[in-house]
Ligand binder design. Structure first.
Ligand code: ZN
Length: 477
């Protein structure tokens, strides 16, 4: 039968065969090409480090577009040398996310430029082996030298609720702060040669024996700390009892809680003000502290409004009585100074207004920044004549006294703050205290004094005469 097939038909069969070959070959080529073109494994490093320090941590994410991840490796390459930091064999899927911590000193590499590389491959079959290239490559600098801190001088004795200064030299670091328990006081550059200063303010209830340290780190995350040779002294504070009159609550609770439901008992409203609104004011003080100048704006001793009578002291514990029963206890963080009604309120020193406006329990308030984290607060004002950002001179009128906020009668509530921590104003009203506790450490460190309060000759004479701060009783007031 086959022999009967016409030559023309035979030609047709051949053509079909050839077409089939072409199709199969072409299909295979397309298929092979498609397999070859499958995207390679992707890798990202979060966050991409710029430095490899003594300890550097990041997260590596590896994703296979096809198949599963067969192997992943993190390396640090430097010239011809290199170190494998992490090998992750055959995880169970197409995605791998793993934290990596590099101990830079164990790499055996020198400080300087290097490359962080992530190498990874999938188990997807491709006709040709892909050219060898890392899935991620990030230029880094190996920096294994921690910052060096030299504590040059510090206030020798700092009392609970008191202030002081720490002067140190920082080399190879970007940021440094003085730590006191859970508090951290920022430092600011002073003079040349890496000298820095940090003002500190200890809360009234700061625990004596808590170490003060200077802590610094560099861009590579290398950290260093040094102890500060400051001794913390205890200080005794008074306590007071405040009887809450019905008429006081009837006036103040609606004023401070305008949204309060009418059915809420007055006492509940008062407790909300005395606790929650007080806490909100503390938070606002901390925020104001962030708007501080990086150099001292103040000049000489701080001034107290003239002809005022102190009728409440710093860190008085107040027990609140209502209907003969103790209902609350709070600590008063400033001085209450009374004169005649709506008397002028002078700026205690030169500075820039960091806050002006309503401040919960403090009513209309002004906070003046004096630089380096040092600020003063003026509360219960009937009116304020300054706004945030205004520069003010020492003694310039900021506003008038009043009884806004949680105030019984017209008076000025005055606070001194360091980085938002309230401390006793008594120290800053005293030029001698500033000379002995702020300017002397600066002089010991060979730095110019702040605010021009310490003529060199006078300071030298005092040093010869002995340090009044050495006698425990001398700093008590
Ligand atoms: Zn007060």
């Amino acid at each position: 039968m086959m022999a009967d097939v016409a030559p023309r038909s035979r030609w047709k069969v051949r053509l079909l065969g050839a077409l089939l070959v072409v199709l199969v070959a072409g299909g295979s080529a397309a298929y092979l090409g498609w397999r070859q073109a499958a995207p390679p494994v992707r890798a990202v490093v979060i966050p991409p480090p710029r430095f490899i320090g003594l300890s550097t941590t990041f997260t590596v994410v590896v994703e296979a577009a096809r198949g599963r991840i067969a192997q992943a490796e993190v390396r640090i390459a430097q010239g011809g040398a290199g170190a494998v930091v992490l090998t992750q064999p055959a995880p169970a899927g197409s995605r791998l996310e793993t934290p990596v911590t590099i101990q830079g000193a164990t790499l055996g590499l020198r400080e300087g430029a290097a490359t962080l590389e992530v190498w990874a491959r999938d188990d997807y079959w491709r006709p040709l082996r892909r050219t060898d290239a890392p899935a991620a490559s990030i230029p880094v600098t190996i920096d294994l030298t921690p910052p060096s801190i030299d504590v040059l001088a510090a206030t020798q004795y700092v009392s609970q609720g008191g202030g002081g200064i720490v002067v140190f030299r920082l080399r190879g670091g970007d940021a440094a702060e003085v730590r006191a328990g859970t508090l951290a006081f920022p430092s600011f550059p002073a003079g040349d040669g890496g000298a820095r200063v940090a003002l500190i303010g200890l809360p009234w209830d700061f625990r004596p024996g808590t170490p003060l340290t200077v802590a610094a780190h560099d861009e590579a995350g290398n950290a260093a700390t040094r102890g500060v040779p400051t001794e913390i002294r205890t200080r005794h504070f008074r306590s007071d009892r405040i009887r809450l009159a019905e008429s006081f609550l009837e006036t103040k609770v609606p004023e401070l809680l305008p949204q309060r439901p009418p059915t809420q008992p007055l006492l509940d409203g008062f407790l909300l003000i005395n606790r929650d609104l007080r806490r909100q004011a503390e938070e606002e003080k901390r925020r104001a502290a962030l708007r501080t100048a990086s150099h001292a704006l103040w000049e000489g001793a701080f001034v107290q409004p003239r002809n005022t009578k102190v009728f409440s002291n710093f860190a008085e514990t107040r027990t609140y009585l209502y209907g003969g029963r103790e209902v609350d206890r709070q600590v008063h963080l400033g001085y209450d100074l009374a004169s005649f009604r709506q008397s002028p309120v002078p700026a205690a020193n030169k500075g820039v207004v960091a806050f002006a406006g309503p401040l919960t329990i403090y009513g209309n308030a002004v906070i003046v920044d004096h630089g380096l984290g040092l600020q003063t607060l003026y509360g219960h004002l009937s009116s304020a004549g300054v706004k945030a950002g205004d520069s003010v001179e020492k003694g310039q009128e900021l506003g008038r006294t009043g009884s806004t906020g949680l105030a019984m009668g017209d008076h000025l509530h005055f606070e001194v703050l360091v980085d938002g921590v309230s401390i006793t104003p008594v120290e800053w009203w005293d030029a001698k205290w500033i000379r002995d506790h702020i300017d002397r450490p600066l002089e010991q460190a060979g730095l110019p004094t702040l605010g021009g309060t310490a003529p060199r000759a006078a300071a030298a004479k005092r040093t010869l005469a002995g340090d009044p701060g050495r006698h425990p009783r001398a700093s008590r007031r």
